[in-house]
Design a protein around this ligand. Structure first.
Ligand SMILES: Nc1ncnc2c1ncn2[C@@H]1O[C@H](COP(=O)(O)OP(=O)(O)OP(=O)(O)O)[C@@H](O)[C@H]1O
Ligand SMILES: [Mg+2]
Length: 244
């Protein structure tokens, strides 16, 4: 993944969610954003994903500047995939239709193509048996896996996951984490935020530590977890790793 972010600022009223944030990533398929609550992880994901426009600064992903026009942003969003921590699926539609609907309406596939694509994605993640269940008939972990299947069915350039496991119990968390790891091993480029440090360490090629709207430091997880450079990251890690 090649990602270059300079001077990125996003304000909500007086509050700067991103405050002159800089980040350069040259390599690695999976970038994991970690850091304290309110640090700006979700905002950064939404901005890099083209769901929200920054007040200032630039984002260049694979040599392409983030579009600024509405139509440019729409095309950019379509080329990527998203999953948020919960409420990702249409509650009144079964799993299969949750996948086929965006393939037809957003990606222009015919109903036949969409069905084939959707079934392939569900099968890939062992979810075909649940194709005709509505979200309420699925476990939280299964719902998130269907959500990920939907997000990757259209072969996104980058998959953005915002705390995909935060609403799940440990067993379901493990199911989702395994799936993400499998996607990463299959070459899917992923940017995700998580509070699961064990997972972050296992799946990340690069970690960025965000606090107060800035990237305090970034680097490969092994070195970073062993030996963070900043006092801020050291304090954070000593707090969150205490109970592992
Ligand atoms: N839509 C919004 N309107 C107003 N303020 C917002 C909005 N979204 C985020 N903020 C503020 O911006 C700051 C960064 O929020 P953000 O959600 O990006 O943090 P985060 O790192 O994802 O936190 P968490 O780990 O709790 O998910 C916070 O202070 C938050 O209150
Ligand atoms: Mg968040």
């Amino acid at each position: 993944m090649r990602l270059e972010i300079t001077g990125l600022t996003k304000r909500y009223g007086k509050q700067a969610a991103l405050n002159d944030l800089n980040l350069t990533i040259h390599e690695g398929g999976v970038l994991v954003l970690i850091g304290p609550s309110g640090g700006g992880k979700s905002t950064l994901l939404r901005v890099i994903g083209g769901l929200e426009t920054p007040d200032s600064g630039t984002v260049t992903l694979h040599g392409e500047r983030l579009p600024v026009t509405e139509s440019g942003l729409l095309a950019y969003r379509r080329a990527n995939g998203f999953l948020f921590q919960q409420f990702n699926l249409f509650p009144h539609l079964d799993a299969l239709r949750n996948l086929t609907l965006p393939l037809e309406t957003v990606h222009g596939q015919t109903p036949e193509q969409a069905k084939a694509t959707a079934e392939e994605a569900l099968e890939r993640f062992g979810l075909l048996a649940h194709a005709h269940k509505r979200p309420a008939e699925l476990s939280g972990g299964q719902q998130q896996r269907v959500g990920i299947a939907r997000a990757v069915a259209s072969k996104p350039r980058v998959l953005f996951l915002d705390e995909p496991t935060s609403a799940l119990d440990p067993e379901m968390t493990a199911e989702v984490l395994e799936l993400v790891q499998e996607l990463a091993e299959g070459g899917q480029r992923i940017v995700l935020s998580t509070h699961e440090m064990g997972f972050a360490r296992a799946v990340a090629d690069q970690v960025a530590f965000l606090a107060e709207g800035k990237v305090i430091e970034s680097g490969p997880p092994r070195e970073w977890f062993e030996n963070p450079a900043s006092e801020h990251a050291r304090r954070f890690l000593s707090k969150v790793l205490r109970y592992l």
